[in-house]
Design a protein around this ligand. Structure first.
Ligand code: GUN
Length: 290
């Protein structure tokens, strides 16, 4: 069994990005600039955004953090998106999800100029991705594709099961794994209403677990030699930690790992790659892809 080190891979890729930025600036070009909009004080979102700002520094990007309280109105948020759309210095921006319930998330995503949508959530980017056109690809699926490539893991013609059908991970992941230029695999998507989910998993060469249920994938669901990618990051109470919680993956790591050829840990697997992919998208935005 080989552990897939997402942290080390992300560090190596961010160093390559920093080198490219340094070359761009040395040649008189503009420093890439990412903005992040954070609403409220959700612990997970605070951590993600803090780590995105740190990654910007590591890559030599400029970053701007815009904060709103939970009671921000949809109109105020739409006005903020409009300002960012029109700010020539900002190459790309994200609105951290989830948003408070009184705000229509889809309406906010639709308001983002797709040319600055480095999250790849706008329907134009989703549509372009699904037919293989240049676009911003959602950061977590892109990070997973990058990891598989980095480790030389063969995906072409393999059976891949994606657990979960979210717009952010499951759906784009299945699309990418299916496409010739990325995964080129035979893909099955399983979700909360799938029958014979265990049987599907047992036939899989690659399982990508993104359902947000801690320890959902157990050893009896995994074929000997399978590749396991764990996207789960559920906060579970842990009195032994200073924070009072730990991040738990969707895979029961201790019993599944011995059966695998490759497996990602939580933390230190997919998480750091997600942020790294956002940095790649921001560099692409600064260079101009459309
Ligand atoms: N919430 C959880 N993951 C993400 C992400 O990749 N982007 C944004 N904007 N919000 C998220």
């Amino acid at each position: 069994m080989q552990l897939i080190d997402g942290k080390a891979t992300a560090t190596a890729i961010k160093a390559q990005i920093a080198q490219q930025v340094s070359d761009i600036v040395a040649n008189g070009g503009k420093q890439p600039h990412l903005a992040a909009v954070l609403v409220g004080h959700d612990g997970g979102s605070e951590t993600y955004v803090k780590n995105k700002v740190i990654a910007c520094e590591q890559c030599g990007f400029k970053s701007t953090l815009i904060r709103y309280e939970d009671d921000v109105t949809e109109e105020e948020l739409l006005a903020c998106v409009e300002r960012l759309n029109n700010d020539a210095d900002i190459d790309g921006f994200i609105v951290q999800l989830p948003l408070p319930r009184h705000i229509d998330e889809q309406k906010i995503i639709m308001a983002i100029d797709y040319r600055k949508d480095v999250d790849g959530f706008h329907p134009v980017n989703v549509g372009r991705m699904s037919i293989g056109l240049p676009c911003f690809i959602s950061a977590t699926p892109l990070g997973i594709i990058t990891l598989l490539k980095f480790y030389g893991i063969e995906t072409s013609g393999k059976k891949c099961v994606v657990l979960g059908r979210s717009n952010i991970v499951g759906k784009p992941m299945a699309q990418l794994m299916m496409q010739k230029q990325y995964g080129d695999a035979t893909v099955t998507v399983c979700h909360s209403h799938s029958k014979e989910l265990k049987k599907e998993c047992l036939e899989a060469d690659i399982i990508i677990a993104a359902i947000g249920q801690p320890d959902f994938v157990t050893a009896d669901m995994v074929k000997e030699g399978a590749v396991i990618i764990d996207v789960g990051t559920t906060r579970v109470p842990d009195a032994s930690r200073k924070s009072g919680f730990r991040l738990n993956g969707d895979v029961k790591f201790d019993e599944v790992a011995p059966k695998c050829s490759y497996i990602t840990p939580v933390p230190g697997g997919v998480g750091p790659m997600t942020i790294c992919s956002l940095m790649q998208n921001t560099l692409l935005a600064a260079k101009g892809i459309f």
